[in-house]
Ligand binder design. Sequence first.
Ligand SMILES: Nc1nc2c(ncn2[C@@H]2O[C@H](COP(=O)(O)OP(=O)(O)OP(=O)(O)O)[C@@H](O)[C@H]2O)c(=O)[nH]1
Ligand SMILES: [Mg+2]
Length: 291
Amino acid sequence: MFKRFTSAFSTLYNTFSSSINAIFSLGKVDATTLAHLEKILLQADTGVATSQKIIQELKKSSCENPTNALSDVLRTMLSPVTYNPEGDIIVLVGINGAGKTTSAAKLAALFQTQKKSVLLAAADTFRAAAVDQLKLWAECLNIPLIVGLPQQDPSAVVYQACADYKKNNYNKLIIDTAGRLQTKTHLMKELEKIHRTITKQLSDKKITTLLVIDSMLGQNSFEQVKLFNESTKIDGIILTKTDGTGKGGMVLSIVDTLKIPIAYVTFGEQADQIALFDANTFVSSLINSEA
Ligand SMILES: Nc1nc2c(ncn2[C@@H]2O[C@H](COP(=O)(O)OP(=O)(O)OP(=O)(O)O)[C@@H](O)[C@H]2O)c(=O)[nH]1
Ligand SMILES: [Mg+2]
């Protein structure tokens, strides 16, 4: 799995690692090198504050080898913000098209390989196509799915799913929700209602809310994470489409500034193209140095 994880990121960071290797090839770190590095970080969507912080930390480093020094700085930045393995109930939220439904199926498939019994719930009742999409995945993976009626209150579907989860003693319940913009207050309130519904029925179960973000959106994702987290507490992030052309520096700014861990990355459209995020592997593939 880690091998696949690394290969997913090496595509994402190809340009980044070659630029870093080029500027550090002379083996010395001076003002010009640092200015160049800051530019690369900014171009990779790392954001101003985090890019500057990385440069400051690098200046303080006593490590002789610049590539190793940068690795250390990035590892120190990422490692304190770790993802606590998810609870029994997982709610996937995010903007339209981020990859929630696909990630719900991938997580279900992953839990299946861990011999856990899984129940899926299609709480996206706005579009019939959304339910059909999850239905196809559920059939393909042979996982039970709770669906509601078109336009039904998503919390009603969640209520039904919780009842079924309890009755049949499943290990995991994965709830797919409709895409929503973090600025739409009434839709954010709907997420609160979904949480209340779960808590009322399954008070002894841990709920994990994962925000699904598209790695191709760069720094725009940063605002999304910030605002989502303000209205519904986010326990971790699923970073999707890392097989695409996204630059991914926002991983650093999200973790550094918002202290929200990256839980999983996904890197393709197949059910098994998901992996737990690993900071060491990420940093190694980012700057192409030894872990
Ligand atoms: N290449 C690639 N495509 C992905 C990945 N994850 C999702 N997709 C594709 O992205 C598109 C949107 O994914 P969905 O899972 O439908 O996204 P969603 O967040 O559920 O979308 P809405 O329900 O419309 O809000 C689909 O075409 C997926 O196949 C990934 O990791 N890599
Ligand atoms: Mg969907």
